[in-house]
Design a protein around this ligand. Structure first.
Ligand SMILES: NC(=O)c1ccc[n+]([C@@H]2O[C@H](COP(=O)([O-])OP(=O)(O)OC[C@H]3O[C@@H](n4cnc5c(N)ncnc54)[C@H](OP(=O)(O)O)[C@@H]3O)[C@@H](O)[C@H]2O)c1
Length: 316
């Protein structure tokens, strides 16, 4: 088969996959991105750096974290283009490419928490930059470089006699992964993983979990595995965007969390961002490692107590 024929077949398979997921989940019932209400809880986190801040989830994490009273440093490879996004108003910006370790220290310095929402497309697009930012590089190498930089900062601080959990030392790392990482051989994830994006996400999870254990309590790792992302901001190829769907005028929705990779469905970018912001503020998730999947369900937006219960249910 010609390369062109193969690309066509994969695109058809992708559409079939999207159509199945769509039908199964009553898609296009989009809702307004949510802005978190300030919470009383605090995990001692005041300064947060967001990698992938210009992305769909990243923008909303920044916006909601600011609404929660956190100081947010937005990382982008191009400040000129990222700074036009309205949800990033109020952030300070740092230009860094997580493929380049030499750019990372300035982004991480003085930060209490790190959110890694870096991503690329599951199938080859211009975002792969001719292979220079493919899933393996964008999802694994970047995470390794960030964790290496955190370790280096910690050993530099030790040399200067500074405490292991002092102000401005990273205490929590939140990594955006995906549902399906443990089911990459099963339909429909096997299609999504044709170019290895789920395998790369799994590898990045393993890296973070191993490194947080090795940090001896210096920082906690929280891995968030969203279902297929829907809703604005549309930053990637998206069936909903193609159909001109917006999230205006729709009803409230709930979220379901699971500590196993056993959920199937969609998750609004706004709800993933809300979960991340709650993680940053939560006194829970103090175990070295927490991993959970998240999708939407019919229901009401959780209040702070309900988020607390949901986090308790996924703590190991
Ligand atoms: N799409 C889905 O259905 C889905 C499902 C489950 C999980 N996820 C995951 O959820 C997260 C958020 O997804 P999203 O759709 O909001 O992401 P997105 O819009 O594609 O944004 C990804 C961001 O990553 C940044 N980035 C890419 N390469 C980078 C690099 N080498 N160094 C630093 N930053 C880099 C880009 O920022 P700059 O260009 O400004 O540098 C971009 O804004 C991602 O981790 C994604 O893999 C997605």
């Amino acid at each position: 088969m010609t390369p062109c024929g193969m690309r066509l077949r994969e695109l058809v398979l992708l559409y079939v996959f999207l159509a199945i997921v769509t039908a199964a989940n009553g898609l296009f019932d989009f809702l307004k991105p949510r802005v978190a209400t300030p919470s009383a809880a605090t995990a001692g986190i005041k300064n947060v750096v967001v990698f992938g801040a210009s992305g769909g989830v990243g923008q909303l994490v920044c916006q909601q974290s600011i609404a929660q009273g956190l100081k947010v440093q937005a990382v982008t490879r191009n400040i000129a283009s990222a700074s036009v996004f309205a949800p990033l108003a109020g952030c300070t910006f740092v230009e860094a490419d997580a493929r380049d370790p030499s750019t990372l220290m300035q982004a991480l310095q003085g930060m209490d928490a790190v959110v890694i929402s870096i991503g690329t497309t599951a199938f080859p697009t211009s975002k792969w930059e001719d292979g220079k930012n493919n899933p393996q590089i964008a999802c694994v190498d970047t995470v390794r470089n960030i964790l290496d930089a955190l370790d280096e900062m910690s050993s530099n601080a030790k040399k200067k006699g500074k405490g292991k959990k002092g102000a401005g030392t990273c205490k929590r790392v939140v990594l955006l992964s995906s549902i399906g990482v443990d089911r990459a051989k099963d339909f429909p994830f096997v299609i999504l993983n044709l170019y290895g994006v789920l395998s790369a996400k799994k590898e990045s999870e393993t890296l973070l979990l191993e490194r947080s254990l090795a940090s001896n309590g210096r920082y906690e790792a929280v891995v968030v595995r969203p279902g297929r992302l829907v809703g604005a901001p549309f930053t990637n190829f998206d069936l909903a965007k193609l159909l001109g769907k917006t999230n205006e005028g729709t009803a409230s929705r709930g979220v379901v969390l699971s500590k196993n990779d056993d959920l199937a469905g969609d998750c609004e970018r706004g709800d993933v961002a809300l979960a991340v912001t709650k993680i940053l503020k939560s006194e829970r998730l103090r175990k070295p490692q927490t991993v959970f999947s998240i999708i939407n369900e019919v229901g009401a937006t959780p209040n702070d107590d309900e988020w607390d219960e949901k986090f308790a249910s996924v703590e190991v």
